[in-house]
Design a protein around this ligand. Structure first.
Ligand code: UDP
Ligand code: MN
Length: 235
């Protein structure tokens, strides 16, 4: 299973585009040709722990709804719990926006007990999960996913030469931070995204997000269900 979380309309929009981005590579018969904290509102991300309760699946991949899949990632299901990519902000911690895990009521209960008995060091799920799976950094290198499976937007400006060199290998882009892809504007006359300044988001990936939104998602949403910034030239 691939699992995400959306607690409100805003993140639901991300989730729908994420699901479409995931479905596109899954349907591809030729993956080689695929071209392509500190925030107060993140307390609710503890809800992520519920993903351990999906016990009808033996293995699952949790992905934030602000991620975008650009190449086939089915091979993630061959990884073991808990596999995740390093967080560039503190690489001895994993980023909890993409992780492979084994659904289990027992693990769920232990996670809940753990959450009750200690304080997450960042107040959100990432701190908690890193404290729970606390040997991730050192114990087993096979549980370190390549960074290309969770390429956080921050990396685009913090190590630009590497980003340029490895951009073709990127399988999942993750738009971390308060501003999400759906907060940018899109010019429906030109078909181009008009990125807000200073977000660190890479315009090529934002364009990909919006291309999916415009071609696969917008028409299926009930009118007025969510507000996104579609800008039409001349209005
Ligand atoms: N999320 C949600 N509602 C919220 C905040 C977060 O559903 O109000 C979910 C959503 O799946 C989101 C994830 O929790 O992608 C983690 O939050 P976010 O992506 O904003 O954190 P960041 O990646 O920016 O650190
Ligand atoms: Mn995220």
């Amino acid at each position: 299973a691939f699992v995400t979380l959306a607690t409100n309309d805003s993140y639901a929009l991300g989730a729908i585009v994420w699901a479409n981005s995931l479905r596109n590579p899954l349907d591809s018969s030729d993956p080689a040709n695929l071209a392509l904290l500190g925030r107060p509102n993140l307390g609710c991300t503890f809800t992520k722990l519920h993903c351990w309760r999906l016990i009808r699946y033996t293995k699952a991949v949790f992905m934030d709804s602000d991620t975008l899949v650009m190449a086939n990632i089915d091979d993630l299901l061959e990884r073991e719990e808990l596999s995740a990519a390093p967080d560039p902000g503190w690489p001895d911690c994993f980023n909890s926006g993409v992780f492979v895990y084994r659904p289990s009521e027992d693990t769920y209960r232990r996670l809940l007990d753990f959450a009750r008995s200690c304080t997450s060091f960042d107040g959100a799920d990432q701190g908690l999960l890193n404290m729970f799976f606390n040997d991730w950094a050192t114990k087993d290198i096979t549980k370190h996913l390549p960074f290309t499976y969770n390429c956080v937007s921050q990396a685009f400006y913090s190590y630009l030469p590497a980003f340029r060199h490895f951009r073709r290998d990127i399988k999942v882009a993750h738009f971390i931070g308060e501003v999400k892809p759906w907060h940018h504007s899109y010019n429906s006359a030109t078909g181009q995204v008009e990125p807000r300044e200073g977000t660190g988001h890479q315009s090529e990936f934002l364009q990909h997000w919006w291309d999916i939104y415009v071609t696969q998602v917008h028409a299926m949403l009930p009118a007025g269900a969510v507000s996104v910034q579609l800008v039409t030239c001349g209005l």
